[in-house]
Design a protein around this ligand. Structure first.
Ligand code: CMP
Length: 138
């Protein structure tokens, strides 16, 4: 059965010109793009998207990073989308990410780690609703 996950190409990877490379690897890995946009998070958007991390010491840094420039948001479909996409992106810390993963290839640090992937089917649905209206999904 096909599942959905929500990807964001974060501001660092957009700044560094990696949008095309990342979309190529994502589709080559078997993910189908169901929705796609270039957008920029406001402070309020980022605080709400990352509310689960609001007590963490890096929260301020995370919000200022995620709002500093455009991102690409995409809704992706594949069997086992959430876990397969997390395997494709690699560990949060790029120094620990496996060879060939998106973070190994494109991330620069733990904070600026190039790509977001949903951590559960439930959060994928919430994150999809955060970024896309029904008419933006195909
Ligand atoms: P992600 O796992 O996509 O979502 C939470 C984000 O918080 C994570 O990516 C990093 O961008 C950021 N993050 C997690 N841990 C740290 C940390 N120790 N220092 C800075 N940022 C972090």
């Amino acid at each position: 059965m096909a599942h959905l996950t929500l990807m964001m190409i974060k501001p660092d990877a957009v700044e560094n010109g990696h949008i095309g490379n990342i979309l190529e690897k994502v589709t080559a890995a078997g993910f189908k793009i169901k929705a796609l946009k270039l957008t920029q998070l406001t402070q309020r958007d980022a605080e709400s998207f990352y509310a689960v991390h609001s007590e963490r010491p890096f929260f301020g840094e995370l919000v200022s990073f995620m709002t500093r420039g455009p991102i690409v948001a995409a809704l992706l479909e594949k069997e086992n989308a959430v876990s397969d996409f997390r395997t494709l992106i690699g560990a949060t810390n790029p120094a620990e990410a496996a060879e060939g993963t998106l973070r190994k290839l494109y991330a620069t640090s733990m904070g600026e780690n190039a790509v977001h992937g949903s951590d559960s089917d439930e959060n994928a649905m919430l994150e999809a609703a955060f970024h896309f209206s029904e008419r933006e999904r195909f």
